[in-house]
Design a protein around this ligand. Sequence first.
Ligand SMILES: *Cc1c(COP(=O)(O)O)cnc(C)c1O
Length: 458
Amino acid sequence: MTPSLPLSEVLAALDAGAAERGGPVPATTPAALADLVRRKLGAPIPEKGTGAEEAVKTVVGLLAYGAADPADPRCAAHLHCPPLPEAVAADLAVSLLNQSLDSWDQAPAAVTMEREVVRALAGLAGYGEAASGTVTTGGTESNLMGLMLARDAADSGARKVVFCSETAHFSVRRAAALLGLGEGAVQAVRVDGRRRMDVHALDAALAACVEGGDVPIAVVATAGTTDCGAIDPLPEIARTARRYGAWSHVDAAHGGGALFSDRLSPLLRGLADADSVSIDMHKFGWVPAAAGVFLVRDAAMLAPLELRAAYLNPADDEEEGYDGLLGLSLRTTRRPDCVKILTALRALGRAGMGERVDRCHDLAVEAAHLIAADPGLELVAAPVLSTVVFRYRGTDAVNAALRRRLLAEGRAVVGRTEMGGRICLKLTLLNPAATADDLREIVHAVVAAGHAEESETR
Ligand SMILES: *Cc1c(COP(=O)(O)O)cnc(C)c1O
């Protein structure tokens, strides 16, 4: 029987917190907010409990007040999407039923749901029937899995080298370190004027690696860099990797969502030439985190993950069909994050997801126009997917400070990065409900904050 949940308390605390916040982020400083959280919480482990209703009201109320709310169009810094309500609601059921995918007897239906969602996404990515994969916590875990399989597929002995572009995500280096290859095993390949991996430079680097007696174990292409959405030339990279016997992995953590769009999916041509792919449905996919997906071209490639544990998957159980997903993942206890992904995909369909992707792309194009037309701003990188990189025409220090000013005033959450050695600002537009007026408001707020910083430091 379903227990009664203090849901009305959660919803009331969300409303109260958001009303008190009154914007995309609370108008306060990090120190003041930390003080407030500590004061309101008191002892995190009180000797005597406060009861369910009070605990929910206090903790959720604080969470909501102190949130950077991705549902507010002025919250536009990161790959941090407003989640679909139906996916959030389905996720509540996942918490309540607390299934775990490692063995069949902890998640009888969910193991098939994950297999189905992986099969469907693999098909969308262009893989054939032999493909397989698993739901992960995100691009970091997916990239680790790709490089682990690449390492295990390579000959042992010689020094192993991984290639990626200089703008690839830092998780590639971290994975190499975790896998015992060392961060130094990752070689950065230069990018062209559009921040895409230079395939000639890759070819030359691979040739030099082999000539030096080292083994190129993997080439990681990025489909949608974190900062500006640049997409490496996927077919050429896969072909080049294959020529040198290296595993090819595509980090589409950011750009994978383009697969849903008729207009943008051609950008991912060649994705399925790769041996493995990372896609994050919690970025350009509107599913609450964590909702990563790791795909491989052929299920046999996952063999290094196979594991027999007497208490989870005895062989005779498996032969009778009682098999969980232990052997597909690095994790043991594993929440069925496939449920919220399936719910989102079913509710919207491919076309509905694609419309949202297109809408966010359109918003980014519109934002780029507004920025280019503003004499106070400089467009640095036009959108490929849904990010725009730009600068306030002022010093690096002013660009950095104006972003903090917008946070302290609770006016906007704008991203920051570096490009061409300069501090840049960034909008990541993942809210399909945002309007052109919202974009104008953000752009005006940036310019006003830049003026304010300059007049204060003058
Ligand atoms: C976000 C991102 C990652 C890391 O993914 P997580 O889901 O945060 O673990 C890796 N690669 C790229 C290109 C990303 O944008």
